[in-house]
Design a protein around this ligand. Structure first.
Ligand code: ATP
Ligand code: MG
Length: 325
């Protein structure tokens, strides 16, 4: 039985990139009866960049509702908010003391972020240690991640190994990243990686008129309606090929090549495709966003399951460190 673990930060509403790049593939993996899935909302991590508590609470609900909207089986698996299982922060402190400073200083994602963000805080610096705690608390062995996360996973392994050496036994399970090369980086409205923090994302749960407006904002070149167009260098076409059926994609490709088909037509087709393909997830998402008590109940139930496992691990760690008798 493989234990799969993944988390999404509550730093904004989940977007098409998160859904196609992380949520849907993780749910697919979770359907394998050989697997046990641990999916959590990384609300503590979001504090490194988002300070507003009202917004965070809203994003936590939106992320939880998204997992459920795409069919995550929370009863068979484990689904929780990181902040509600305090063992995450406790283990994170212990692991901080097993993490060499240069290892964090050399993290490329920290270097990137510290160049881009105005607020470069210590939480951002020690982020990989909290991430190691998230993984190691649950003895997770498979961590599906994007290529950008590979270095962080190496750190988790290294930190676990250092702790195990002190303990003289394999108390912490060394995790393996599972990098799915097929999962592409979904482009945003401007063609850069779609990201919450770049404000170039498509929120497929928006009300219809807003979703239509945002779809119209996708960047395109200035070719006129009658001119033939290059589908392979167009963002609208790229996004359409990720959501539409093969036959629909082929039809649009031909329309581009033939000319007499404008970007406005393509964007309208993409918008309609979003409504059709995501009709059921949109319905479920709205249901949970309106029935927040039910959503809360699901998370609280998941947190009890998560806590039990986390407490078992933390008990062993405390013992090694002399924090319990
Ligand atoms: P932020 O801008 O705050 O970093 P984000 O939009 O990059 O937010 P994350 O919470 O960092 O989202 O990522 C959650 C998951 O979604 C990760 O597994 C990440 O690899 C995946 N993901 C994020 N953006 C994309 C994208 N454009 N294409 C494919 N996968 C993505
Ligand atoms: Mg990101």
């Amino acid at each position: 039985m493989a234990r799969i673990l993944t988390g999404i930060q509550s730093s904004g509403r989940p977007h098409l990139g998160n859904i196609l790049g992380a949520i849907k593939p993780a749910i697919e993996l979770s359907k394998n009866p050989q697997n046990e899935s641990f999916f959590f909302i990384a609300d503590l991590h979001s504090l490194t960049t988002l300070k507003n508590g009202v917004e965070r609470a809203e994003y936590v609900r939106a992320i939880a509702a998204t997992w459920l909207a795409f069919g995550f089986d929370y009863q068979k698996n484990v689904f929780w908010r990181q902040s509600r299982v305090q063992e995450h922060t406790e283990l994170s402190w212990y692991l901080n003391c097993f993490t060499p400073f240069p290892m964090l200083a050399n993290a490329t994602s920290f270097k990137d972020k510290s160049e881009k963000l105005a607020d470069v805080n210590a939480g951002l610096f020690t982020y990989p240690v909290l991430q190691a705690a998230d993984i190691l608390l649950y003895n997770a062995n498979i961590i599906p991640v994007g290529k950008d996360q590979k270095q962080h996973l190496e750190m988790s392994k290294d930190i676990a190994h250092r702790f195990n050496i002190l303990a003289g036994e394999d108390i912490l399970v060394l995790p393996e990243p599972q990098i799915d090369e097929r999962i592409m980086t979904i482009p945003g409205l401007d063609g850069q990686k779609m990201s919450k923090s770049y404000h170039n994302y498509i929120d497929i749960f928006l009300p219809e008129n807003e979703l239509k407006k945002i779809t119209k904002k996708i960047l395109s070149d200035s070719k006129q309606l009658e001119e033939p167009k290059d589908p392979d260098n167009d963002i609208t076409f790229q996004l359409y090929s990720l959501v539409a059926s093969q036959a629909e994609v082929e039809t649009m490709r031909q329309n581009y090549l033939n000319g007499g088909y404008g970007y406005g037509h393509a964007k309208q087709a993409l918008f309609e495709c979003f409504l059709e393909v995501f009709a059921e997830p949109r319905r479920i998402f709205n249901y949970y966003m309106e029935n927040t008590e039910e959503l809360e109940g699901i998370l609280v139930e998941g947190e009890a399951k998560a806590r039990e496992i986390a407490q078992d691990t933390i008990g062993k760690v405390r013992k090694v460190l002399g924090f319990s008798s």
